[in-house]
Design a protein around this ligand. Structure first.
Ligand SMILES: *Cc1c(COP(=O)(O)O)cnc(C)c1O
Length: 343
């Protein structure tokens, strides 16, 4: 039996935190994860010296649940989020939360909050935030011995409220990730690093920072929270390759959509700053927007304007966007195992 929906103005929701009824919690103590449970308590109580508070030992994931055309509540490729969180945990010396338990925790949390899953056609979705952190006191620098894994959800509105507006980026003088650092995992510390850069970019009138590779400052990496895709003038899809870029699930999916659904060539390769002016279209991809078009990139006063302009998504970007969102919403047949039905 489906729960009655909450009385929420879905179309006018923003991207903010709204407390929902249930969240999932599991604790790691004495070398093992407990069985985990749903709780109504939205507050986390930890010691003042908890590892996460002192040395930022925390990782997270982000995915969405939404209602498809035929009324099912689904998530998109959550197995890839589960695996990425295992990879993140290993890099920060945290005990991985087993991938199959991650999937179960996400499903249980969404099901318990199904009254908050926005209806089909609203453009809104239920954002899902799995995360874990070092929970016991740590003062000498070392990994914590105890951890907490949690999943909460919050309904979020349509990303492109009031229409699509291409973004303006600047080439940042700050770095996001070191060559052999943690740029490839979803660690909270990467975001702490980016706060000053994004506040400064906004102050100067830009939407986002384009980060270069920290070693040579000649190659394009990503923005603070989204990967790049570029479209060449002969309609090839190109995405930057680097081991300090966060492996976006949206980007990996778009490359497959380009090849298998649109018959386009798609490649992951190094992309140099000085070839940006040769591309026809540019977009940022991630779970939040799927793709946000980029109209302009400013490199220390030099403007690189993409032919797709400042009014609309480029033509190929739009095809990619429509196909992937169609797959997600159940109006286009999905590749095997991309859609997980929750109820
Ligand atoms: C989460 C994230 C992305 C987007 O990844 P998706 O799996 O597509 O949501 C891109 N870059 C960074 C730095 C991220 O943290």
């Amino acid at each position: 039996m489906k729960m009655d929906k909450k009385n929420i103005d879905w179309k006018n929701l923003g991207f903010g935190y709204m407390q929902t009824d249930y969240r999932y919690v599991s604790n790691f103590k004495e070398g093992k994860w407990d069985e985990g449970t749903l709780t109504t308590d939205a507050n986390v109580v930890i010691n003042e010296c908890a590892g996460v508070l002192q040395y930022a030992q925390t990782i997270f994931e982000g995915l969405k649940a939404y209602t498809t055309k035929d009324g099912k509540i689904v998530t998109f490729r959550p197995d890839l989020n589960a695996q990425r969180m295992v990879d993140s945990a290993n890099r920060l010396e945290m005990p991985p939360f087993p991938a199959e338990r991650f999937l179960d925790a996400v499903a249980k949390t969404v099901k318990a909050n199904s009254a908050f899953v926005p209806p089909y056609g609203s453009g809104a979705s239920l954002y899902i935030r799995p995360y874990m952190f070092g929970a016991n006191p740590v003062i000498g620098v070392k990994p914590a011995d105890e951890y907490q894994f949690r999943v909460f959800t919050t309904p979020v509105g349509p990303y492109f409220k009031g229409g699509v507006k291409p973004l303006t980026l600047r080439v940042s003088d700050f770095d996001r990730a070191a060559p052999c650092g943690t740029g490839h995992i979803k660690a909270g510390l990467n975001y702490a690093m980016s706060m000053h850069a994004i506040v400064d970019a906004h102050k100067e009138g830009y939407d986002e920072n384009l980060y270069l590779d920290a070693a040579t400052r000649t190659k394009v990496e990503e923005t603070g929270g989204a990967n790049f895709i570029f479209i060449t003038k002969d309609k090839k899809v190109v995405t930057p390759k680097s081991n300090s870029i966060l492996p976006s699930i949206t980007r990996r999916s778009l490359l497959q959509v380009a090849k298998d659904y649109l018959g386009l060539e798609a490649e992951e390769r190094e992309v140099y700053l000085d070839e940006l002016q040769d591309f026809a279209e540019c977009g940022l991809c991630g779970t939040a927007a799927v793709i946000s078009p980029v109209g302009k990139i400013v490199d220390h006063g030099k403007e690189i304007c993409f032919p797709s302009g400042m009014e609309a998504m480029g033509e190929v970007t739009k095809q990619l966007y429509n196909t992937l969102t169609g797959i997600q919403m159940g109006t286009i047949e999905a590749p095997k195992d991309w859609i997980y039905v929750i109820e």
